[in-house]
Every structure is written in structure tokens, then in C-alpha cells.
Design a protein. Structure first.
Length: 439
């Protein structure tokens, strides 16, 4: 891991800053992977903060609903570009009226009085998205509903960020520690898990519940707790395969890493806190925490902003002029991606925003594979990315075992960073994993 990507002590963030309220939001009707919701509101209709404005009507109750982050009037159902470059529909709302949650003290409702089915519905109705893998956001309720059918489901919680450049989960694990613990307990209950694995970074300031003895931890959560210490800067260290591998080695499990992953739900700090909000405070997921940084800013911060607020609005909030922004990177330098449109709206899966100055952009046009082997050398999963690239792009026939090996990819994108030809190797491997090509 290059030291240029690792934040020094002066750059570490210690608190959350609440962003300014936007005058208008465009809430995308796609918040989880491959699920497009239908609008439940019409132009001219008044809405209140937290009102359901979209849901996947063709899916079951476990799909996450979409809510209005502000009170106001629906201007229109518009088409726009999303942060991931895809094009789709969004509900455009103009701010007016009183808030239901923002700026008001919220009551706490003890989840012990609810049964698992009721909690699962609250998580779905609250629109909770699991952002553990920010490139593949999914409905947490639907994920739990699937994994709880396993014989011995396990809950994995990561308290640091997948990308070592990002600080969102790390900051929230300190500042929202009580809600984090509450969210973990709620997920354990609805998952009916008997094991909890907590992945922490040596760089973190641990929350009180995780610095006590194992016996006290087991008693606190009512399950068998294993704490796995991982250096988040030893990239890749935040994916489910890396964490499961470390856990397997620590407890000397006979199960394969793949089997451990199939029988577990992996969540991050953001997701656990969202569960606490949805169940214990009746607040739906309509705001997001984002680490805002980059060489266009004097200092970085973790902001709490509305879902549907534009990147342009957030840049203005931070005192950055549009003309000075060369590129916007979402969800980290290592496995994030460039936002194609500064007016694109923020979604639930956006966890960091890096504003890069125009003068620091250099030519990264791709060329042809040099067959240097650097991508294979750096791959932690022992893949041969250039072979898969030739297969998809050039139609080269390869043995089936190479194709099957794509399932081992963690999506860390180290192959991309090492490729001197700037080839989109990680993206190609993802295409092979999802079998979205014909040969």
C-alpha cells in the first residue's frame, strides 16, 4: 500500500458535521444493485420527511423502500445520471414545510419487545441498504432473510473502511458507538446467529464494548464473540474474503473460506447504525454519512447529507467552485469510481467523495495489454487478470478453471492500479463473475 494513500495523524477526523439543507433533491429510484423501484408519488404532491416515495413492487417485502429526505413538493419524476454512471429515474423534490426528524429529539424504542419478523419488516420499511461492499449495495433485510435459513448463520461486522483512504466507518464507530452496538444486537436477533465476528483495525480507537474481555463480550451480545484485529492499511483488508480468511486462521476452522462467506452476513458500521435508526428510533434511511476530502479542500470531514443532494451542492457547501473540480471520485481511490456528472445525486451507497483539482488530472487513456504479468503478481487471490481480459475483450479461448477462478476476486482493484496499460482489469473480472458476456 503506497504511503501516499494513508492519512497521517493530522488528517484523521474525530467528529461528524451536519451538512446544509438543500433547496432541492433528486432521489434516485435505484438504491440497491439491480433493483429499480417504482415511484409512489406524483408531480405536485406534497411529501413529508421520511415518507415512502418508491418501492420495488415486483419484489417481496424484504426489498428496501426509498424515502424523502426532506419535506416539500414533488416537482417531477426526472431522468438523471447516477454516481455509478448508470442512467435512471429520480424523484425531484423542492424543500418546503416542517421536518419530521431533522433537528428534533427522537424517542428510543427497545427492540427486545419486537419479534424477528417485525424487526425484519422494519429494516425493509426503513430502507436499510447494506453498504459493506459499496460496489454491490443490497437490501439488508433480503440478505438476512436468505442467510438466516442456513444451519449456523454468522454475523461479521467491520469497524473500519474497505478502502484505506476512507474514514467514514472508522469515525462512526467512535462517535455513534451506542447505536452501533444496538444495531449489532438487532441484526443478531433477527438473523438468529450464535456467532459474532468483529473485524477491527489496529489504527482504530476502539469503542468501549470491544476492549473488554471475551467473557464480557459474550455476555454483552449473548453470543460467541470473536474479535479479529486487521491492519486496514495492509490493502486489501476489508473485503469479506480477507476477513473470513483471517477469522478461519484465528479460530482454526475446518470450513473453507467460501463456506464461511456463504453462511454469513457481512455488514459495516454504517449499516449497523442504519438498523438502529430504523428499528430503535423509527428513522428511515434518508440521510448518508460521507467522508469528503481531496486536494480541492483545505481539510477533510465526515458530513451528514441528504440522499438525493447533488455533488455540486456538496462541493459548494465545502467552498469549492465547479470550475476548479477536475474529477470526483466516490468510495475511495483504490476501488472507487469517477462520477461522470457533477450534478448527479448522492445515493445510499455513497460513503466518500474526493474532489480532485483540475490541474492534478493526467492522461490515463488505456492501450493494449503488454503481457507484463504485473496484475497476476500483485493479485492476492492468485488470479491471472490479463488472461480473463483477453478472453472477454479479444475472444481468446481459455480453460474453464480460469473462468471459474473469477469467483475468487475480492474486487480490490490492485490489478488496475498496477497495470501500465491502464486496462480495466477489475471491471472485466466482475463481468466474468456475473457472466454478462457471450463467448
Amino acid at each position: 500500500m503506497s504511503p501516499d494513500f494513508v492519512p497521517n495523524k493530522k488528517e484523521l477526523i474525530n467528529d461528524i458535521t451536519v451538512g446544509f439543507l438543500p433547496k432541492v433533491v433528486r432521489v434516485p429510484l435505484v438504491q440497491e444493485k439491480n433493483i429499480e423501484c417504482s415511484p409512489l408519488v406524483n408531480p405536485g404532491q406534497k411529501v413529508v420527511e421520511g415518507q415512502v416515495i418508491g418501492e420495488a413492487v415486483e419484489k417481496d417485502y424484504a426489498s428496501a423502500k426509498i424515502h424523502s429526505p426532506i419535506p416539500g413538493v414533488v416537482k417531477d419524476i426526472v431522468s438523471c445520471t447516477f454516481p455509478d454512471g448508470k442512467f435512471g429515474k429520480a424523484v425531484e423534490i423542492f424543500l418546503s414545510g416542517k421536518f419530521s426528524f431533522t433537528g428534533k429529539r427522537q424517542n428510543f424504542y427497545d427492540s427486545k419487545s419486537y419479534d424477528s419478523s417485525s424487526i425484519l419488516k422494519m429494516i425493509s420499511d426503513g430502507g436499510v441498504i447494506n453498504t459493506f461492499a459499496s460496489r454491490s449495495p443490497v437490501s439488508l433485510a433480503e440478505q438476512i432473510n436468505r442467510i438466516k435459513q442456513m444451519d449456523e448463520p454468522v454475523l461479521f461486522v467491520r469497524l473500519y473502511d474497505e478502502d484505506p483512504c476512507v474514514q467514514t466507518d472508522m469515525v462512526l464507530s467512535r462517535t455513534y458507538s451506542e447505536m452501533l452496538v444496538d444495531g449489532i444486537k438487532i441484526i443478531l436477533k433477527v438473523l438468529d446467529a450464535k456467532k459474532l465476528v468483529v473485524a477491527t483495525s489496529r489504527q482504530d480507537v476502539f469503542i468501549p464494548a470491544f476492549v473488554t474481555s471475551k467473557e464480557e463480550l459474550d455476555e454483552e451480545f449473548g453470543v460467541d464473540v470473536t474479535v479479529v484485529n486487521i491492519n486496514q492499511y495492509d490493502y486489501p483488508a476489508g473485503g469479506n474474503r480477507e476477513i473470513a480468511s483471517r477469522y478461519k486462521k484465528q479460530v482454526k476452522s475446518d470450513k473453507s473460506v467460501t463456506s464461511i462467506i456463504k453462511e454469513a452476513v457481512f455488514v459495516d458500521t454504517v449499516t449497523a447504525i442504519s438498523v438502529s435508526e430504523a428499528v430503535s428510533y423509527k428513522i428511515p434511511s434518508e440521510k448518508v454519512f460521507v467522508h469528503v476530502a481531496g486536494n480541492s479542500l483545505k481539510s477533510s470531514a465526515v458530513l451528514k447529507v441528504c440522499v438525493g443532494e447533488s455533488f455540486a451542492s456538496i462541493a459548494k457547501m465545502c467552498g469549492i467552485e465547479r470550475k476548479n473540480i477536475g474529477r470526483i471520485i466516490v468510495n475511495g481511490y483504490m476501488n472507487g469510481y469517477a462520477v461522470p456528472d457533477i450534478d448527479a445525486p448522492v445515493t445510499k451507497y455513497v460513503k466518500s467523495i474526493f474532489f480532485i483539482a483540475e490541474h492534478d488530472i493526467f492522461n490515463k487513456a488505456d492501450s493494449v495489454c503488454l503481457r507484463c504479468g504485473k496484475c497476476a503478481y500483485v493479485c492476492r487471490s492468485k488470479l491471472s487478470p490479463y488472461v480473463l481480459y483477453d478472453h472477454v475483450i479479444n475472444g481468446v479461448k481459455i480453460p474453464q478453471q480460469y473462468i471459474d477462478s473469477a469467483s475468487l476476486c475480492s474486487g480490490c482493484s490492485l490489478c488496475n492500479s498496477e497495470c501500465p496499460a491502464n486496462l480495466p482489469l477489475s471491471q472485466i473480472i466482475q463481468i466474468v463473475k456475473e457472466k454478462k458476456y457471450e463467448r
